[in-house]
Design a protein around this ligand. Structure first.
Ligand SMILES: Cc1cc2nc3c(=O)[nH]c(=O)nc-3n(C[C@H](O)[C@H](O)[C@H](O)COP(=O)(O)OP(=O)(O)OC[C@H]3O[C@@H](n4cnc5c(N)ncnc54)[C@H](O)[C@@H]3O)c2cc1C
Length: 452
């Protein structure tokens, strides 16, 4: 019998970041018996933000993750309401279909599922850059200078985009402008009475309320249970000087029914923009790192889960076929863009356009039904509300009500339609020349709006 110690099996996949995207991806790859290692800079205990997110129910079934239950499932929300920035209009939506999910507990569960399937998690290990060989990404460098290699490297590092931003190819290392970032913040407070009002509207306990367009972003109120209110805001950086935390605190201080002690909460930056290139040679990006958050509402949890499932399916095929070049991984780019990316891109164009409008103009557009119940229902479910908006604008133009604003809005809708169509035309197979031409085309469309 040989006395030689057997060589450890080489890593199939390295994932950087044990957030939602990293955990869902690790779970599926490890379940298929792939050797997966996840590097995470935080401690295990620090994982998962200390709050509850609103997450689309469908993201769980789509991504093959059992739905939340017990304490993890704080509430079920089938109704939401949209308030105009000046509070003059409220639109009730009855196809919300989201769970209010305890993110800490969801995280614990996902890490546990991935570990049970065989994935290795290495906490308190910061990755500083990708390692390359020719055009291939072959490994990662840790903060202590040591290098780890794998056949496939995946950036799931969220807003930090630690690998992507260090790969100088296509748009992977694009420095994101401030205008593509939302400053988000939320706090959970106990309330003394269930008679809570917001701009003259009574807050019902089974409805999630969004004030859309306020401070170039969105604010929300949501009863997590009969006594606890989640108060939050997201502000478009580069569009407004107010912080999300100031907006949340102003509301708390102005309402005597809300106890002053913060029970849970926190904040951070959210990348809200159209998706970046998702694959390269031996490399993928998933989740917020790949700009997969719904730009109009800052929803990134469900989006990351869905993208991670698609990424896992494509990665498994590519590993099996030993075809981890950009051609072998391209299917992820194509499937994600079809499933969600093109809607995200059109909604991003719309967000860019609408953020040029004043609050008064945004209120007028909501008041007059330019954004209808149907549109908001689509928007909140990550679907671009293409046709409806045009019909509304044209009927308003005929009535000559604020024609200048209507023309401005029509232009925003036209551009959003254009970008939606452009994303449909993204090359289905990787061809460097064709893809570059497509990418420049999309950049050009977005530049136009900046010039105005
Ligand atoms: C206040 C607030 C409220 C929100 N509310 C909602 C909501 O209600 N619904 C919703 O769907 N979304 C919401 N979001 C957005 C959502 O939380 C994110 O989009 C989602 O967590 C993104 O998941 P991810 O896995 O891509 O990235 P992340 O969750 O950011 O995970 C990235 C991980 O990578 C690690 N990492 C980063 N750099 C390195 C490195 N160099 N080395 C090693 N590890 C690294 C990080 O520590 C982190 O654990 C909210 C965000 C904020 C800030």
């Amino acid at each position: 019998m040989s006395k030689k110690k057997p060589k450890p099996k080489p890593n199939d996949v390295i994932i950087v970041g044990a957030g939602i995207a990293g955990c869902v991806l690790a779970f599926h790859l490890a379940t298929a018996d792939r050797k997966v290692i996840v590097f995470e800079k935080k401690t295990r205990e620090e994982m998962g933000p200390d709050w509850c997110d609103s997450v689309e129910k469908e993201a769980f079934s789509f991504s093959g993750i059992p739905p939340p239950k017990g304490k993890e499932k704080k509430a079920e929300r089938d109704h939401a309401a949209i308030l105009s920035p000046d509070f003059s209009k409220i639109i009730h939506l009855d196809s919300y279909n989201q769970w209010i999910v305890d993110r800490k507990l969801l995280h614990e569960r996902l890490v546990g599922m991935a570990e049970k399937a065989g994935a290795e998690f290495v906490f308190e290990t910061e990755i500083v850059e990708p390692m390359g060989k020719g055009q291939w990404v072959v490994g990662v460098k840790k903060k202590d200078g040591k290098v780890e290699n794998a056949r496939l490297i995946v950036d799931c590092s969220g807003e930090e985009r630690i690998l992507g931003k260090n790969i100088e190819i296509l748009d992977l290392n694009l420095k994101l402008p401030e205008t593509d970032i939302v400053d988000a913040y939320r706090e959970l407070h106990k309330v003394d009475s269930k008679d809570i009002e917001w701009g003259g509207h009574k807050i019902e306990q089974n409805v999630l309320y969004y004030r859309y367009g306020y401070e170039k972003g969105y604010s929300w109120l949501n009863f997590e249970d009969l006594e606890h209110l989640d108060i939050g805001a997201g502000v478009g950086k580069g569009f407004s000087n107010r912080s999300a935390k100031a907006i949340v605190n102003d509301y708390i201080n102005s309402n005597k029914e809300i106890q002053k002690e913060k029970l849970r909460g926190g904040g951070g930056k959210i990348v809200v923009r159209r998706p970046l290139t998702l694959v390269w040679y031996g490399f993928m990006m998933v989740g917020e790192a790949a700009a997969q958050v719904l730009p109009s509402m800052g929803f990134g949890t469900g989006s990351s889960m869905k993208a991670a499932k698609i990424a896992a399916e494509v990665a498994l095929k590519a590993l099996q076929r030993k075809e981890l070049s950009i051609d072998g991984l391209w299917e992820y780019q194509v499937r994600y863009i079809k499933e969600r990316g093109r809607d995200v891109a059109a909604l991003d164009m719309m967000r860019n356009g609408l953020q040029q409008f004043s609050e008064e103009e945004a209120s007028f557009l909501i008041n007059k039904g330019i954004f209808s119940k149907n549109d908001f229902e689509k928007l909140i479910n990550a679907k671009y509300p293409k046709v409806n908006i045009f019909k509304q604008i044209d009927s308003m133009l005929k009535g000559i009500s604020r024609p200048k604003l209507m023309w401005k809005m029509r232009k925003v809708a036209q551009r959003s339609n254009k970008i939606f169509s452009h994303y449909r035309k993204m090359p289905k197979e990787y061809d460097s020349k064709k893809y570059l031409a497509w990418m420049l085309g999309h950049m050009h469309l977005f530049e136009e709006i900046r010039k105005e």
